[in-house]
Design a protein around this ligand. Sequence first.
Ligand code: SAH
Length: 302
Amino acid sequence: MTEPGWKLSGDLENDRAPQLEITLESLSDFYGIDPPTLSRFEKPNSDLWQIDIFFDGRPTDKFVKELLDKAGLLQWHHTFGPVEDRDWVSESQKLLAPVQAGRFFVFGAHDADKADANLVNLQVDAGQAFGTGKHETTAACLALLDALGSDISPGKFLDLGTGSGVLALAANKLWPAASGTATDIDPIATDVAVENASINKVPIREFKPGIPGVAFKTADGLDDAELQSEAPYDVIIANILAGPLVAMASDIVAALAPGGVLILSGLLITQQSEVMQAYQDQGLQLIKSEESGEWSALQLTS
Ligand code: SAH
């Protein structure tokens, strides 16, 4: 087992972030370690930015103290601890082989010659965003989407936690006339998803009503004016993790159209009842579940 990643997070005025970034780089240089990744994104309706620094393993207390001291942030209200979620990127890199789930065939560029004209082909390379299709959590969503297929024809869909964009791309291929939205808390993922959309000839649309294609946005959950302006969504797919899914239950259900379809993934079978309960409390009912290995994906409706 690899050591879990550690994350230091807090909110900061954006003009103070560069100092932190520079300090991080120079300290890492000094200690001869690879600089940890610092990501920042603007918090909606606020002057603050959320800063996340991801460490490969647990950094020493000395390093952290020195970092905060040199960046002038000794008084900074921050959190520091192991990253709850898996290392999505390295999980996805292990998963380079092409995969077929339902009518979808997901492959990396190196397997482009294996594309099958009878299937819906999606080229998604393992890179800085999670979602090559091979992971059980993704494959289960693809299978559920495939099964929905032409039974429904949603006007709007949302892929929450889009990673590589794979599920939004798949949904666009199923429902090309729909206005799709794909969002991720990680700005790198959003960029990768946009790139994958163009590789797969999925039209990238703006946030305007009624335009087919997929609009992309970096945001924390549904806490974003543009994501809200698109609601309600006829289909929402969220492959995140049990914890965030439970925490976001009321926001997600509020954004789902009456009679809409919700697909939840990223939960272990052992977490299924907890997640289901959170959504049943919001008035949803379970239509079916798709289990694969230790993972489970749920399809619910309002
Ligand atoms: N949808 C892809 C990727 C799933 S990985 C697939 O099915 O393969 C989960 C993604 O959720 C990661 O890219 C992570 O950055 C994102 N994520 C985690 N918390 C989030 C939040 N609060 N809001 C939006 N995205 C989130």
